[in-house]
Design a protein. Sequence first.
Length: 148
Amino acid sequence: MTENLANYRYSTPISIRFSDIDAYGNVSNTIYLTFFEIARLSYWREIVEWDLKASGVILGRSEINYLKPITVDDQISCYLRTSRIGNSSFDVTYVLVKHTPNGEEICTTGKSVCISYDYANNKSIPIPQRERERMIEYDQPGLITNTN
């Protein structure tokens, strides 16, 4: 999967913690989902302004494509965007990059299917209109919208 970073407007730096690394100084494979989660929450707060107290979001599925290792000494950022919006679910795609003297180097890509959720009634709900509009406005062009 080759990603064009020009398609991503949002990125956030990610701090690598000592607990994220394995005995060889590489970021453990299990931590990548945490990096995606950190970036996703920042995006929801800063861009979408999702009111998580009014309506929640649950994770339906995640996938990770490991391309190059990330080490304890790397400075990294996560690019992300909403790539598809349905009625109650939407996809978020990610690109983890490390900063090198030659620019940003893509290390990992991924995708999550997120579901707008009503915790009080334990069921999926339509994506709130305001949040839907903010994702569409921010991540056009290239955003796929449908009602599935």
